[in-house]
Write a protein that binds this ligand. Structure first.
Ligand code: NAP
Length: 485
């Protein structure tokens, strides 16, 4: 039994959106004994790593902000990536958490022993803590395509999340592999700059039309003067997103049909050439893959210097990409917008739980966790945006805030000294997982497409219920789902 009211020591892994949130919230709760470990030299996570032209967030900025740090200053409904990065840096600075971040320190192992997590970093730094919060992000490890000859390309080549800003784009012949959210944003941003843009499409995507107007000076002045207006705006956006979230977990819902209709109309009305229109028409239901929003992708791909290449890639050669029809698409720059390894989470970090079980063993089939937060046998180790959580077009900030509130409740008996460890029971996790796997059957994600939501069994690794249900689950942990020792 720990002493009554002992202050707990925390290690937070990652200084992205969720790590910064954790640090601020712990500090706000008077739990100031923590260190944030960040492998890079700045906060920001995905917004630090992704710097490709056209980067923005497909969740409106006034919703993609911390609830405790609204800002009247967002430039656009969907503000650009560097503005979002600036927001996280500013909030971290205003809450004075940088001095508790160890930058350039990648955590390599966490080992649990008798109530203490022994944390070790790449540089050999060691820390003994009571609680670990893994805020290591979801889409973090770039996935490179298995295409023959990639190494032989003599031009510049990089993954979308490793943009090389020294490479000249103006007047260059640029190829993009992939048609996900990343590639679509990039096409719109690049087509006006490059000599030729070739988009290598393996699978067509439904595109939801969505304007991105700037906020006028008058609007921002009003937001500054009247915080209530900001709160109302956020509440309205939350409602819109809830409608979407509820639609995609019910493939037959009228809202889902409405979304599909909007995507179809967008394609029919905005792509003039019938051949191109058919090439851009997906053969699966809208939102089966993560739905892409764009105000101008169809316009961009119809520019005279843009080409949609639907012929499969045969191999990459020194001068470009050769497609199966034998044609060589000559390129100066090749961008691999081919997504991320979505089941890595904090791996390859070595995590050893109670009884010597490793995370590698616990997750040998695939990642799982009770409520995405707690892994049986890994006490006092909590994840934000962990496996099988709500990732489908929500604000992951709201998700992380709700999860953090839940974790704080789990910590209450540790703080009071009633127990020294807490983790989900195996039974709770198995029941939760069984219910989840059953519920995904109703969702749009299983209606027949390939997507990064699907695990190795083809089961969506996501939250399959309404967002309200998520909120209600996060309201308070079920005591019987946890073992307190
Ligand atoms: P993605 O959605 O996983 O898309 C990867 C693309 O690469 C797909 O089009 C895929 O084709 C293609 N691809 C992969 N391997 C290939 C190969 N060997 N040959 C040809 N094509 C290949 O990745 P992403 O676009 O980076 O987006 C990932 C997620 O990041 C998004 O869904 C979203 O959650 C997030 N994101 C968000 C925003 C935002 O605005 N908030 C912006 C960008 C990204 P197939 O479709 O045929 O598999």
């Amino acid at each position: 039994m720990v002493e009554d009211g002992r202050a707990l020591r925390f290690a937070i892994i990652g200084a992205g959106m969720a790590g910064v949130l954790s640090a601020i919230k712990l500090k706000g709760a008077g739990l100031t004994d923590f260190t944030v470990y960040e492998k890079a030299d700045r906060v920001g996570g995905t917004w630090r790593e992704n710097t490709y032209p056209g980067l923005s967030c497909d969740v409106p900025s006034h919703l993609y902000s911390y609830s405790f740090a609204p800002t009247p200053e967002w430039s656009h409904r969907f503000s650009p990536g560097d503005e979002i990065q600036g927001y996280f840096e500013r909030v971290a600075h205003e809450h004075d958490i940088e001095r508790q971040i160890r930058f350039g320190e990648a955590v390599t192992s966490c080992r649990y022993d008798d109530g203490t997590w022994h944390v070790e970093t790449e540089s050999g730094h060691r820390d003994d803590v009571d609680v670990v919060i893994a805020a290591t992000g979801v889409l973090h490890h770039p996935k490179l395509p298995d295409i023959e000859g990639l190494d032989e390309f003599e031009g510049a080549m990089f993954h979308s999340a490793r943009w090389d800003h020294d490479v000249r784009l103006d007047g260059a012949r640029v190829g993009i592999v992939g048609t996900g959210s990343t590639a679509v944003q990039m096409v719109s941003a690049l087509v006006g700059r490059v000599e030729k843009l070739s988009l290598f499409q393996r699978t067509a995507q439904w595109i939801m039309p969505q304007d991105n107007p700037p906020y006028s000076d008058d609007e921002k002045t009003e937001f500054r003067a009247n915080p209530q207006r900001l709160a109302e705006l956020r509440a309205n956006l939350t409602q819109v997103f809830d409608t979407f979230a509820n639609a995609i977990v019910d493939a037959d819902s009228p809202e889902m049909k409405m979304i599909a209709g909007m995507c179809r109309d967008n394609l029919e009305s905005n792509v003039r050439d019938p051949e191109l229109r058919e090439a851009l028409r997906p053969d699966y239901q809208a939102a089966c893959k993560r739905l892409i929003i764009s105000p101008d992708f169809y316009d961009a791909i119809q520019q005279p210097n843009a080409e949609l290449v639907t012929e499969a890639i045969e191999r990459v050669e020194p001068n470009g990409v050769r497609t199966r029809d034998g044609r060589l698409h000559e390129l100066d720059v090749l961008v691999l917008a081919t997504g991320f390894k979505t089941d890595a989470f904090m791996r390859p970090m070595d995590v050893i739980g109670r009884d010597g079980e490793s995370l590698a063993q616990a997750w040998s089939a695939r990642p799982s966790a009770y409520m995405s937060i707690s892994i049986p046998g890994f006490p006092n180790f909590f994840m934000l945006n962990g496996p099988n959580g709500p990732v489908g077009n929500f604000s992951l900030i709201e998700v992380a805030e709700l999860q953090f509130g839940y974790i704080m409740q789990l910590l209450a008996p540790l703080r009071s000294g009633e127990c020294r460890e807490v983790s989900a029971t195996r039974d709770a996790m198995e029941r939760h997982e069984a219910a989840r796997v059953e519920a995904v059957e109703k969702t749009v994600w299983v209606t027949g497409c390939r997507s990064w939501y699907l695990d190795d069994r083809g089961i969506p690794a996501t939250w399959p219920w309404s967002f309200d249900r998520f909120r209600s689950e996060m309201h308070a942990p079920h005591p019987a789902a946890f073992e307190y020792r």
